[in-house]
Design a protein around this ligand. Structure first.
Ligand SMILES: O=P(O)(O)OC[C@H]1O[C@H](OP(=O)(O)OP(=O)(O)O)[C@H](O)[C@@H]1O
Ligand SMILES: O=c1cc[nH]c(=O)[nH]1
Ligand SMILES: [Mg+2]
Length: 211
């Protein structure tokens, strides 16, 4: 499993405003959207392409196009939905599937309440979207499920992570798993409630106007 924390001044700038408690929901949504597009550029470095021949107005030319089967993007509801448009802006031909997952705020265990994925994930390259990687419970369940269903390459794009969450996912999927985690920032740790510190609070609530 590989971890990539994106080091870019624009990402750091947008992340700082995103964290700020003074940032309102519309601005939070816009920043999350912009950040995902920047992260997706890094995260899709290994997206599979195949040779493609075209003709320019001047001459025949050889290039590439996205390979089949198409990449699959899976936002984890609810908060991951706030990252979908930013991702599909960069990869508009990707297929989209959905997982609805909720973390029990007392036990911190993740459970799945919705699942709308293609039947066959064999050989699929999958991009999972979830802004927060805290204990890692949610992402570990999601990635293991996608791999059990046949996905052979999974990249998780998250805005913020904590070291214990990353290690939890690493243990759950295995060191040699074809899994990549791309983060805009890695924070020092979690508080007693399992929230990332300093983090940005509850991503779902901030995206969808509860606070
Ligand atoms: O790494 P973990 O400890 O599992 O925590 C992270 C999860 O918690 C949040 O979702 P939440 O369960 O609050 O659901 P929501 O997206 O509906 O707000 C977040 O979006 C992740 O999915
Ligand atoms: O810090 C955290 C942890 C889990 N979920 C969130 O929305 N924020
Ligand atoms: Mg939440």
């Amino acid at each position: 499993m590989r971890l990539h924390v994106v080091d870019h001044p624009l990402v750091a700038h947008k992340l700082t405003t995103l964290r700020n408690r003074e940032t309102d929901s519309p601005t939070f949504r816009r920043l999350a959207d912009e950040l995902v597009t920047l992260l997706a550029y890094e995260a899709t470095r290994g997206v599979r392409v195949e040779e493609h021949e075209i003709s320019t107005p001047v001459a025949p030319a050889r290039g590439v196009k996205l390979a089949q089967p198409k990449p699959l993007v899976v936002p984890i509801l609810r908060a991951g939905l706030g990252m979908l448009e930013g991702m599909t802006r960069l990869v508009p031909t990707a297929e989209v599937g959905f997982l609805g997952m909720i973390r029990n705020e007392e036990t911190l265990e993740a459970s799945t309440y919705a699942n709308r994925l293609p039947d066959d994930l064999t050989g699929r390259q999958v991009y999972v979207l979830d802004p927060m990687l805290a204990t890692g419970g949610t992402l570990a369940v999601a990635i293991r499920y996608l791999m059990e269903r046949g996905a052979d390459d999974v990249t998780a794009i998250c805005l913020l992570g904590a070291p214990e969450g990353v290690e939890h996912v690493r243990k759950a999927v295995g060191e040699d798993a074809p899994v990549q985690i791309v983060l805009a920032g890695m924070d020092p740790g979690l508080n007693d409630l399992g929230y990332i510190v300093p983090g940005l609070g509850d991503a779902g609530d901030r995206l969808y106007g509860v606070v």
